[in-house]
Design a protein around this ligand. Structure first.
Ligand SMILES: NC(=O)c1ccc[n+]([C@@H]2O[C@H](COP(=O)([O-])OP(=O)(O)OC[C@H]3O[C@@H](n4cnc5c(N)ncnc54)[C@H](O)[C@@H]3O)[C@@H](O)[C@H]2O)c1
Length: 320
């Protein structure tokens, strides 16, 4: 870190949906930020506005499995923190092609971990709520609750989490594992590969039917993306969470049936279709974020209703 508190920061997957918001928060906080992303699930459109920030240093179009190229970046810029968000994120893709997810989510994380150790860089590892078994009651899922690798996506993230934490115990490397719950908001993809909120709003605006996989009683704790980014960034700034796993969510869950009705406002516009991966579905995802509140003084600010409004406004603006 330079004497003025300005840090050199690397964001992997920084051109993606959450990554671009994490980058924006870091830029707004005055840090010098570099992004590495292979654009496999994103576009430079997401980061166009960052060219107006003089502290946005560089976008590198590269794969995080390219160890040598990554090392050049680490060597040249001596990062204080690496926010590692680059990953394959789709559950169904991980079932169809587990090797790709394992390579991107586990093996590439190992490469990044090695570089963090070599260059003394704090690592914030972006895991997910999809590693949990299920919420048993209304108190929500705590970090100590059971995990379950219900898909190769979850399995790859759990494997990576364990490697990340092992570098804290074995080498004293400052690391933190963050597990945000399902995140939505502007810049999320609205097609089949996007998130449920973005897909529902997009279809509603197009006058299309909203498809629900299975009976729709499965619940999600939906986190607005700027709340998610504030949480992820705060985990990097704080030494309190080194060696820890920390959740973020809203503490409220909603059944997919109710979410569809909230967005469609008309039950005739909703239909149930056969689930594509019932074996990997998690019936109840509700976050207990008490640890994030205690250690990071973080809590969500945006309600689901307000978040849906903002997301709808953005989707309308890009549809033209
Ligand atoms: N969206 C959610 O609800 C959610 C919730 C919790 C955690 N996460 C995690 O947050 C992170 C970001 O997810 P997102 O929703 O923004 O998805 P995203 O697909 O928009 O972001 C991932 C980014 O990583 C990039 N990427 C993928 N493989 C890469 C590789 N080999 N080399 C370089 N770049 C690569 C993609 O191009 C993309 O820009 C992921 O690690 C995901 O597992 C997402």
């Amino acid at each position: 870190m330079k004497g003025d508190g300005v840090m050199n920061v690397l964001v992997t997957g920084g051109a993606g949906f959450i990554g671009r918001w994490v980058t924006k928060k870091l830029l707004d906080d005055g840090h010098q930020v570099w992004i590495v992303d292979n654009l496999s699930n994103s576009s430079t459109k997401n980061i166009e506005e960052f060219t107006y920030y003089e502290n946005f240093r560089h976008f590198t179009h590269e794969d995080i499995k390219e160890k040598g190229k990554l090392e050049q970046l680490f060597k040249e810029h001596q990062f204080d923190i690496c926010y590692h968000l680059g990953a394959s994120i789709n559950v169904q893709d991980s079932i169809d092609d587990p090797e790709t997810t394992f390579a991107n989510d586990t093996i590439a994380t190992f490469y990044i971990l090695e570089l963090c150790k070599k260059y003394d860089t704090k690592l914030v590892f972006m895991s997910t709520c999809m590693v949990y078994d299920r919420a048993e009651d209304e108190s929500g899922i705590q970090e100590v609750d059971p995990i379950k690798p219900a898909s190769p996506y979850a399995g790859s993230k759990i494997a990576a989490e364990n490697m990340v934490l092992s570098y804290f115990y074995a080498y004293g490397l400052p690391v933190v594992v963050v597990r945000p719950f399902n995140t939505y908001g502007p810049f999320q993809k609205t097609g089949g590969e996007g998130g449920v909120v973005a897909i529902f709003i997009h279809n509603q605006l197009d006058g299309k039917v909203l498809n629900i996989y299975g009976d729709g009683t499965q619940t999600r704790d939906l986190l607005y993306v700027e709340d998610c980014a504030d949480f992820v960034v705060a985990a990097g700034y704080s030494d309190e969470v080194n060696g820890e796993i920390v959740n973020a969510g809203t503490g409220r869950d909603i059944a997919i049936n109710d979410l569809a009705l909230l967005i469609a406002k008309d039950s005739s516009k909703i239909q149930h279709v056969e689930h594509i991966h019932p074996q990997s579905e998690i019936p109840k995802l509700l976050c207990n974020f008490e640890k994030a509140k205690r250690l990071l003084n973080w809590e969500p600010k945006i309600s689901l209703e307000e978040g849906i409004k903002r997301t709808e406004k953005w989707i309308k603006s890009v549809k033209g």
